[in-house]
Design a protein around this ligand. Structure first.
Ligand code: PLP
Length: 395
């Protein structure tokens, strides 16, 4: 019996445990000062009434012999896949229901999709990045190439002709940087993928935060993308489903490699290894796309984005370089005076009682940068902005 030794190559995930340890020790030293957490990537607004009402109705249906449901439809219920196709139609993207796969979230699908690819593929991953892309490929023992995000490219790395990769991860709007690719930039990625017969894994978990209509809210808004991209979406950050769990992945029929439709492999993988999402949750997710649901969800997103506006206005006033915060709930700032991201974490915690996330936790290129999230309450964000002003100059 041999274990999968690739797991031994994973970095320990120190980021959030180190943050918690520092916060606990700070609390012990300053018990009277409340710590404001601007580091969390979790939502704080509750599920909207359209969603909870639909879930309550579904619970009643499940308790009634006439409407009870057992095992669900393999790719997710048709009513939800239909609602998703309707949502895409508003983005001027036409999908058929059998191109949509319901899951318990984008993280699972982003990891599990690797089952349908050979381990001999080379993957291209941005740095800094959502750590799941890197770790899932290390587990499988795949060769990883990194593409550097930095101030010059505003943390939106672009394809390089001499770099050859088979699988490319793009995340837009981005976690952690909040940066968003525009149509021209995505077109260059699509062209690169088509030319190299690569597949783009497009993480669209934050598409609901895009306020600028010129920016693409799906990679399929770009010509040719259906032939080279898989799109991963989630109800987590848009509809507040981080604890409720639902997401969906789109694999268009046009996406083929070696003469095989990738959606066929994915369907086989999911029907063998995945149990599906509860009926009650899928009914809630469907309601998120109803007229009322969309309106109510928009109010929550607007709330977070007004928080982001407060942080962004403060950083602009203080002349701090940053990306994000306009079409994403994250703000990615350059640490002042060239200090390291962990030193800035300590400074902000000790001087202002604010906990953010050091950029170094998202990859080597995150060093010297810092992530603030807009998911807190208005009251806390306003107070945080005041505390930051008070601690000026940054020392
Ligand atoms: N993709 C990105 C970029 C994320 O930041 C997250 C969660 O933080 C996810 C995917 C995971 O989403 P889900 O909750 O649907 O698994």
């Amino acid at each position: 019996m041999k274990i999968n030794k690739n797991y031994l190559d994973l970095n320990e995930s120190y980021l959030f445990s180190s943050i918690s340890k520092k916060i606990i020790s700070h609390k012990e030293s300053f018990p009277d000062k409340e710590i404001i957490r601007l580091g969390i990537g979790d939502v704080t607004r509750p599920l909207v009434p359209a969603v909870t009402n639909a879930m309550q109705n579904a619970v009643l249906e499940m308790g009634n012999a006439a409407s009870f449901r057992g095992y669900g439809e393999e790719q997710g219920y048709s009513f939800l896949r239909k609602a998703i196709c309707g949502y895409y139609e508003k983005k001027e993207v036409k999908l058929s229901e059998d191109e949509v796969f319901i899951s318990d979230g984008a993280k699972s699908d982003l990891g599990n999709i690797l089952d349908i690819f050979s381990v001999n593929n080379t993957v291209l991953i941005p740095d800094p990045v959502y750590p799941v892309y890197v770790d899932t490929n290390i587990m499988a023992g795949r060769k990883i190439l990194f593409m550097k995000g930095n101030m010059d490219n505003r943390f939106l790395p672009m394809p390089e002709k001499n770099v050859k990769a088979d699988i490319i991860y793009l995340c837009s709007p981005n976690n952690p940087t909040g940066a968003v690719y525009n149509r021209d930039q995505l077109k260059l990625w699509v062209d690169y993928a088509l030319e190299n017969e690569a597949v783009i894994l497009f993480d669209s978990a934050y598409e609901g935060y895009i306020r600028d209509n010129e920016l693409p809210a799906s990679i399929y808004q770009i010509d040719g993308a259906k032939e080279c991209a898989i799109e991963f979406c989630s109800f987590s950050k848009t509809a507040g489903f981080t604890g409720t769990r639902c997401g969906y992945t789109v694999l268009p029929h046009l996406l083929k490699r070696g003469g095989v439709e990738l959606c066929k492999l994915w369907r086989r993988r999911q029907t063998t290894k995945f149990n599906g999402v509860p009926y009650i949750v899928q009914r809630g997710a469907e309601a998120a796309f109803s007229v009322n649901g969309l309106e109510q969800i928009k109010l929550n997103i607007d709330y977070y984005m007004e928080n982001a506006d407060i942080i962004a206005a403060l950083l602009s006033e203080l002349d701090v370089w940053f990306t994000g915060g306009k079409n994403a709930p994250y703000i990615w700032l350059k640490c002042p005076n060239g200090i390291s991201s962990w030193d800035f974490f300590d400074l902000l915690l000790i001087k202002a009682g604010i906990a953010g996330t050091p950029g170094a936790g998202f990859g080597a290129n995150g060093e010297g940068f810092f992530r603030l999230s807009a998911f807190g309450s208005r009251e806390k964000i306003t107070e945080a902005a005041e505390r930051i002003k008070e601690m000026m100059p940054w020392r």
